[in-house]
Design a protein around this ligand. Structure first.
Ligand code: HEM
Length: 416
């Protein structure tokens, strides 16, 4: 095995800090597609699955692989997830199916239409305002307000609390700075749980049509959900849906600014928004991995995996697998087919995929309406994480499209 493969510690956030790992993943896919990552420091060893087909095999098999001991490296390596058996993403089997059915009620076509309308209005306002200002931090001024607004709508979070929740979610999962402490992240998580505890109490007293009220009215096997279950599942929406979507949006602007030909195709309407959204999602792969624990001795890609082993599935690699994607290292907005695994696959397939696509589509639509172009005018700051990939700051200068802005100003009252 080459030194390149041996020298990479995938549990260390520093590994992903600005380093191009394309060569590493390519080599793993060809030489060690099912690779035993050795124990390093205090961490136990774990399997690294890098080929698309093997990743799909593990995702679809919730009999031999469980999410209940955690679905991220950080919790798997620590020995478990405190939400196990209660929070949708780390619950399996019958209980998972029943909980998912309850949560899906909050994602009815009528609710999604209402939320999508608000995403459109909010996104167009944020982009139009930023374009008029010339220079902005795209991450802070635009991207940070869109997904959080969407989830807050889903949950029925009052407008006054949204900034506070945003600051907590930022430190709960990833870190903007390399020296941020894990205790800060833990404290942020606890504060989010406390906040939702209060909101749950309030909705029990006076229900509405939001997720919290849907959870409050839900029953599994004749038993209502406990307060802990409700709180954890509110938390899972905010943690699962905010930063992932935000990072995809930031990445779309960063990548388009470096691919002017692709931007032009999008702006001229030569590629559809829906096709562009899928390529942006494949390219960004904001959630680099998810994970499982193996329950029974089994083979993956011809390699024996033992019961109890930790298995990690790397979207960062599967979405660049040359066996599935033609020219995988090329950013092509008209790519078809484009069956990326950015939202996972199988029983735990992302619950918010539709909303994330709406958010990206509205962003790209607003950009091509209000801006002729944009450029990155300062250092893009990378987040510090072994799970999420992307930027926490992206200084951008817009070249406004006066015609698009004029149409917006005229129609604002009627359409927004
Ligand atoms: C680009 C944005 C997003 C990405 C890349 C993403 C990615 C994923 C992935 C890969 C999974 C599967 C995890 C696993 O199998 O262990 C997942 C599950 C989930 N996602 Fe997303 N997600 C995004 C946006 C959202 C949004 C907007 C929401 C909520 C509004 C959301 C809520 C969830 C939930 C609740 C689950 C658990 C589903 C289950 O276990 O049945 N996600 N997401």
């Amino acid at each position: 095995m080459t030194e390149l493969i041996q020298g990479v510690d995938l549990a260390d956030p520093q590994t992903f800090n600005g380093r191009d790992l394309a060569g590493f993943w390519k080599q793993l896919r060809s030489e060690r597609p099912v690779y035993w990552h050795p124990p390093l420091g205090k961490n136990p060893g774990f399997w690294v699955i890098s080929r698309y087909a093997d990743i799909m095999d593990v995702y679809r098999d919730d009999v031999n692989f469980t999410s209940e001991r955690g679905n991220l490296l950080v919790t798997l390596l620590a020995g478990g997830d405190s939400g196990s058996g209660q929070m949708l993403a780390v619950t399996d089997g019958h209980r998972h199916r029943e909980l998912r059915k309850i949560m899906l009620k909050a994602f009815s076509p009528r609710a999604l239409e209402r939320i999508s309308d608000r995403v459109r209005a909010n996104t167009r306002r944020l982009v139009a305002e930023a374009v008029k200002r010339d220079v902005c931090d795209f991450a802070e001024d635009i991207a940070s307000h869109i997904p959080m607004g969407t989830i807050a709508d889903l949950l029925g979070v009052p407008a006054a609390d949204r900034e506070f929740l945003l600051s907590l979610t930022k430190s709960a999962l990833s870190s903007d700075a390399a020296d941020a402490q894990e205790t800060d992240a833990l404290m942020a998580r606890n504060e989010i749980l406390l906040y939702f505890g209060e909101l749950v109490e309030e909705r029990r007293r006076s229900p509405g049509d939001d997720v919290i009220s849907v959870l409050a009215g839900g029953e599994i096997d004749g038993r209502t959900l406990t307060e802990d279950e409700m709180i954890l599942n509110c938390y899972s929406l905010i943690i699962g849906g905010d930063e992932t979507s935000r990072l995809s949006m930031i990445d779309s602007v960063y990548t388009l600014s470096h691919h002017p030909r692709q931007w032009q195709l999008l702006r001229d309407g030569e590629v559809s928004l829906s096709s562009a959204v899928e390529e942006v999602l494949r390219w960004a792969s904001p959630a680099m991995h998810f994970g499982r624990t193996c329950l029974n001795d089994i083979e993956v890609g011809g390699v024996r995996i033992a019961a109890g082993d930790i298995v990690t599935l790397w979207h960062a690699s599967g979405n660049r697998d040359e066996a599935v994607f033609r020219d995988p290292g090329t950013f092509a907005l008209d790519r078809t087919p484009n069956k990326h695994i950015t939202f996972g696959y199988g029983p735990h397939f992302c619950l918010g995929a539709y909303l994330a696509r709406v958010e990206l589509s509205e962003l790209l639509s607003a950009l091509r309406t209000f801006a002729q172009g944009f450029e990155v005018v300062g250092p893009a700051q990378r987040i510090h994480s072994n799970f999420l990939a992307g930027f926490s700051a992206l200084p951008v200068r817009f070249e406004p499209d006066p015609a698009g802005l004029a149409r917006y100003d005229e129609t604002r009252g009627a359409t927004v």
